[in-house]
Design a protein around this ligand. Structure first.
Ligand SMILES: [Fe+2]
Length: 272
């Protein structure tokens, strides 16, 4: 079985530029077909609008016939759709789709299972020179971490992280006898934070990842840990787990200006 992995497509970022949403769906559809993928995993941040993110998956599925699984990223919760959905309602919206099966891990056959959970940042990836209070201000060097104004969980980020981790644990427990692919949006390994000391990221690393998943790697047979969010394309192997970040990222972060080249470079393929 061939499984493709990609994240952080941000298809709605380029309205006034030469890059159109159609370029993303067509290019990705071509890659899915070229690689003859059975399953495509999208680790969040398709767009800033849950309806658009959902329709993108529908369109891609119709074009290719590939089975898609997804976890919402922070941007997918931003709600640029114009409807009045709260963050929690968007979460429920995604859970009702066939793409985000949190609470019902997927049996992939051959002793493999897929667990999906967005995970949330808990501030533990920041430099310890900042207090929890200072980090929870989510403002630094004149910049504001935009989730602060665009997302409202009704609780603190560390609390959201713990809540997500509890749900992930229940799903992992349900497939504890299987080889597991875990897909999150935020990072679950500190190898994926921006190297410190760093003028900005000593602070902003707070919003990159979580430590609440650490113990799961000892407890469960997680062979692949898929994530997005950080806009690096990076892979780390540790104690039998492959940690994969396959972000497409923003055009300004690309090495070339060619979406085909970048999509091909970002997309990782695993075979089980
Ligand atoms: Fe993100």
């Amino acid at each position: 079985m061939k499984i493709g992995v990609i994240s952080d497509l941000h298809i709605d970022r380029y309205n006034s530029e030469t890059l159109k949403q159609k370029d993303f769906s067509l290019t990705l559809a071509n890659e899915v077909s070229r690689e003859a993928l059975d399953i495509l995993l999208i680790a969040g941040d398709i767009s800033n609008d849950h309806v658009r993110s959902y329709r993108f998956m529908q369109e891609l599925e119709q074009m290719t016939g590939v089975t898609i699984y997804f976890v919402p990223g922070n941007h997918d919760f931003w709600n640029f759709s114009g409807d009045a959905k709260s963050t929690r309602e968007i979460y429920e919206f995604f859970k009702e789709t066939k793409y985000f099966k949190e609470g019902s891990p997927i049996d992939l056959g051959n002793g493999w299972a897929l667990v999906m959970n967005p995970a949330w940042y808990d501030y533990t990836y920041a430099s310890d020179r900042f207090s929890l209070e200072r980090l929870s201000e989510r403002e630094y060097y004149g910049g504001t971490w935009q989730d602060k104004v665009k997302i409202n969980w009704g609780m603190t980020d560390p609390e959201v992280s713990r809540e997500m981790a509890e749900r992930a644990e229940a799903d992992l427990e349900a497939v504890r006898d299987k080889k597991i692919i875990l897909m999150t949006h935020v990072a679950t390994h500190k190898a994926f934070r921006v190297p410190m000391p760093n003028r900005l990221f000593d602070y902003y690393n707070a919003f990159i990842g979580t430590s609440d998943f650490d113990r799961f790697y000892e407890e469960y047979d997680i062979r692949y840990s898929i994530m997005g969010h950080i806009h690096f394309r990076h892979q780390v192997e540790e104690n039998g787990t492959d940690y994969i970040c396959a972000c497409l990222g923003y055009k300004r972060e690309w090495r070339t200006k060619d979406i085909v080249h970048e999509m091909r470079d970002a997309l990782q393929v695993i075979e089980i």
